[in-house]
Design a protein around this ligand. Structure first.
Ligand SMILES: Cc1ncc(COP(=O)(O)O)c(C=O)c1O
Length: 476
């Protein structure tokens, strides 16, 4: 399908929204069908842009899915609002049962539905705190998460994150020395030594974590929190072999909650069996997390929904204690959102779209690797799992030296892809907090082999042309 550019018929207006560039509307999505989107920008409408990233890895089904529009219609007619702290509803129960049943048996036994990934991590923190209070262990308060991590935009979620965007907010974040501790990121492409195997690198990181637990008094450590497959922070760098198993083992050994953040990588985006959880790539069914946060593809962009999945250990501690979760959000367990998300997930399961995206994402990785790493250009690494893939740009492939921020590599490359009909996500690679460039791919689960070929053709052309331009400029 060809991309067409038309003149916009809407008059230009100032922006009334407080987001992105404050005084400028910037690009606006004005339509979408399947894997294509229409974008209006600076007086032009670009039609049929191939959507390689579905916003921010949100789209599971394609845009404008007729069946989901019917489900939305039905849900709107049948849902009556209920306030979760005092009243439940059938849809939130059904969605929780669906997720629990499609995860390995015994890993999850309850779920809380909220409206964003950040909110899911905020609620996970509350659950962690109350869990230890229910058990009479009030001193278990310390959280260990990772450097170069992203768990959300709210202050609690930023407190367990570590990236340059959190720095200005430090005065409002949890105490980073005594409460929200940080261990090194797992980033094999950069930080694995040449003399190490992947397993040895994984073990080195797990040993660092164990030392941290012992140095900080295991009796005071509440949880270890990691993204199973980091997205916005490190660009789909898979955990080294044995690493997540090692963390699971330490958490069990020292009575610590093991929390996985699968907001971006989970809910079907990267499950090897076409099911829901990304961790099933790296952990046995018996090694699942105690808490897992999810979001994004759960509602596939049709509704604002995210969730916290809770293992039996935690649920039992509540049941045997106060048996109460005090309070909640106005829109927790929102019946309409849960009903639509369930419809989305049922359709994905029925049409086996989880298996499709795993296969198509793996194909995308293979084709990008073959085309980009065999020729001379600025690509240093192609990596990812299933439908969540990244390409990292470097100035020097041998030394892995990144471009500096002044080169504005990703800022220049992203519009190039757009002009050629492909939407991607571009972001800093977080190599040292300031330099480095990444492209993220997270297409919708309905993507076909033809779509993958088109993504690869456009992307490879853009990379090679851009590399040539940089060479002419003397920047590469
Ligand atoms: C791993 C991870 N956790 C949490 C979040 C926050 O989710 P939301 O933007 O829905 O608040 C994100 C968002 O990108 C994420 O990637």
């Amino acid at each position: 399908m060809t991309v067409s550019v038309e003149k916009s018929t809407t008059p230009s207006e100032p922006s009334y929204c407080f987001q992105a560039t404050v005084d400028n509307i910037g690009p606006q999505v004005v339509g979408g069908r399947g894997v294509r989107i229409d974008i209006e920008n600076e007086g032009k409408v670009y039609k049929n842009i191939l959507d390689g990233v579905t916003g921010a890895a949100v789209g599971a089904l394609g845009w404008g899915d007729d069946e989901i529009l019917e489900i939305i219609n039905k849900a709107a007619k049948e849902s009556t609002y209920s306030f979760a702290p005092v009243m439940s509803n059938k849809s939130s129960e059904a969605l929780a049962k669906f997720y629990i049943d499609r995860s390995p048996p015994g890993v999850f036994s309850a779920a809380l539905w909220v409206t964003s990934g950040s909110e899911s991590n905020e609620n996970a923190l509350r659950i962690i705190r109350q869990y230890y209070l229910e058990r009479g262990l009030p001193n278990k308060v310390k959280l260990i998460s990772r450097e170069s991590s992203y768990h959300g935009f709210t202050l609690g979620a930023q407190g367990i994150s570590s990236n340059p965007k959190t720095v200005p907010y430090q005065p409002y974040l949890m105490d980073q020395k005594n409460i929200a501790l940080k261990m090194p990121a797992a980033y094999a492409y950069r930080w694995k030594k040449d003399s190490e195997t992947e397993e040895q690198y994984g073990k080195r990181l797990v040993d660092i974590l164990e030392k941290m637990i012992l140095d900080n008094d295991p009796e005071t450590i509440a949880a270890v929190i990691v993204e199973t497959l980091p997205g916005s922070s490190l660009g789909t760098t898979p955990p080294p072999k044995g690493y997540l198993k090692g963390i699971r083992h330490l958490c069990t050994k020292y009575d610590i909650i093991f929390q996985l953040d699968e907001v971006m990588c989970g809910t079907g985006r990267a499950n090897p069996h076409g099911k829901l959880n990304c961790w099933e790539n790296f952990l046995d069914p018996s090694e699942g997390p105690d808490i897992q946060t999810v979001g994004k593809t759960l509602g596939s962009g049709y509704v604002t929904i995210a969730g916290v999945l809770i293992g039996p250990k935690i649920r039992n501690a509540f049941v045997n204690g106060s048996n109460t979760v005090f309070g909640g959000h106005t829109y927790s367990s929102h019946g309409f959102n849960c009903s639509v998300a369930l419809g989305v997930q049922q359709k994905i399961a029925r049409e086996n779209l989880g298996a499709n995206i795993f296969k198509m994402g793996t194909l995308l990785n293979k084709k990008l690797t073959e085309s980009l790493l065999s020729t001379d250009n600025i690509v240093g690494d192609v990596r990812g799992v299933g439908g969540f893939q990244s390409v990292e740009f470097v100035k020097n492939r041998d030394t892995k030296k990144p471009f500096g921020p002044e080169a504005n590599i990703i800022g220049r490359f992203k519009p190039l892809c757009f002009e050629n009909g492909l939407a991607i996500m571009g972001m800093p690679a977080n190599t040292n907090g300031i330099s480095g460039d990444l492209v993220l791919f997270a297409p919708s689960f309905i993507v076909t082999e033809d779509d993958i070929n088109e993504i690869v053709t456009i992307f490879v052309k853009c990379v090679n042309n851009f590399s040539k331009t940089l060479k002419q400029e003397g920047a590469w």
